[in-house]
Ligand binder design. Structure first.
Ligand SMILES: Cc1cc2nc3c(=O)[nH]c(=O)nc-3n(C[C@H](O)[C@H](O)[C@H](O)COP(=O)(O)OP(=O)(O)OC[C@H]3O[C@@H](n4cnc5c(N)ncnc54)[C@H](O)[C@@H]3O)c2cc1C
Length: 309
């Protein structure tokens, strides 16, 4: 990308909102990823529109980043524009039994707001380390709850910069998917519909789910959560464990000893280490059980090994 185009982002958003060659390992929970050519942190809807306009005009590829908690970024980084949606876009307001939140709000913050208002139904999401935007796109879920159960509507921006409010039912939310990516939408915010609850019961459930998570998941290591989707009729972690892959390591990437469904960064792992390990795990499990594991983690950038399973 030439200097002139780079300077356009600074002119439209202000220099302090634009970074160049920003290491993506600073923005992913895996702590892995090479530099992003341009990294913008828009503060308003207008700044997002301006960013998309430059990308459209200059034919630049772009990627919307939440908290980077479901992401493996290539060691070579990303040639294009990263649009970061957290930090500047995290307003949360409660009205009756509804919560209106901006895309960059963390699920943990929304869960706190729900608890303070004695609203129940969002406890399942409080321990998922993502933003509302990322959770809507992925239809994030845990412990029997999913985003689609609590979403009323979602405000999106189209690739052309038009803002639309879409009823959640029209977003075709399935297991860890929605049509948002395919449609090229950027999530700006959403309305979450909850029920009045009992504060003590909400606190108890929150504590129980937190204890479950900390006792079962390797939260002491960087990761992107469950590496593979749950195959129909199986659990990925159990298949991997039963295949004898607990603790299997390639470079700095390791199958967690605590929960085999997690590939962790055990220290200085590269993205290629993670992909090599994921490929190995997939092959061993397929050979042993005839089940093909599919990645839940999203890949960004160019990889030496093919990531299209
Ligand atoms: C320790 C750990 C535990 C986890 N536990 C769970 C769990 O229990 N359940 C679960 O479902 N997931 C879990 N995850 C995975 C992850 O937290 C979720 O998938 C989360 O929803 C991702 O949100 P994010 O903001 O980090 O998105 P990112 O990782 O930044 O992005 C994920 C995808 O969403 C897109 N995206 C992000 N924001 C927007 C936006 N505003 N508009 C359009 N597209 C957007 C990105 O382009 C990308 O394709 C876990 C992860 C970790 C590290």
């Amino acid at each position: 990308m030439n200097e002139q185009i780079k300077q356009k982002f600074c002119q439209e958003l202000g220099e302090e909102q634009v970074l160049f060659e920003e290491p993506m390992k600073r923005h992913t929970t895996f702590r892995i990823g090479g530099p992003a050519e341009v990294f913008v942190m828009p503060r308003t809807i207008e700044e997002i529109q301006k960013t998309l306009e430059i990308c459209r005009r200059e034919k630049l590829s772009y990627f919307i980043l939440g908290n980077g908690s479901n992401l493996l970024v290539s060691d070579q980084g990303y040639k294009g524009v990263i649009i970061q949606m957290d930090r500047n876009m995290e307003q949360i307001t409660v009205e009756g039994t509804e919560i209106r939140a901006a895309a960059g709000a963390l699920l943990s913050s929304i869960a706190v707001a729900a608890r303070r208002a004695s609203l129940t139904g969002f406890e399942f999401a409080g321990g998922i380390p993502g933003t509302l935007g990322g959770a809507v796109v992925m239809n994030a879920g845990a412990y029997g709850g999913e985003m689609k159960d609590v979403l009323k509507d979602v405000t999106v921006m189209t690739g052309e910069g038009e803002v639309r409010v879409i009823p959640a039912a029209k977003l075709e939310m399935g297991y860890r998917t929605s049509i948002i990516k395919k449609a090229g939408y950027l999530v700006l915010g959403a309305t979450i519909s909850l029920k009045e609850g009992n504060l003590e019961e909400i606190k108890t459930l929150t504590r129980e789910l937190r204890e479950k998570r900390t006792s079962k998941q390797p939260l002491e290591f960087p990761s992107a959560g469950s590496t593979f989707k749950r195959p129909e009729g199986y659990f990925a972690g159990k298949l991997i464990m039963d295949s004898g892959l607990r603790g299997c390591q390639i470079g700095g990437a390791r199958v967690s000893d605590k929960h085999c469904g997690f590939v962790i960064n055990a220290g200085d792992a590269t993205a290629e280490d993670v992909v090599s390990l994921m490929k190995h795990v997939t092959e061993v499990v397929r050979e042993k059980y005839g089940v093909t594991l599919e990645p839940e983690v999203k890949f960004l950038g160019e990889f030496d090994k093919k990531c299209d399973w």
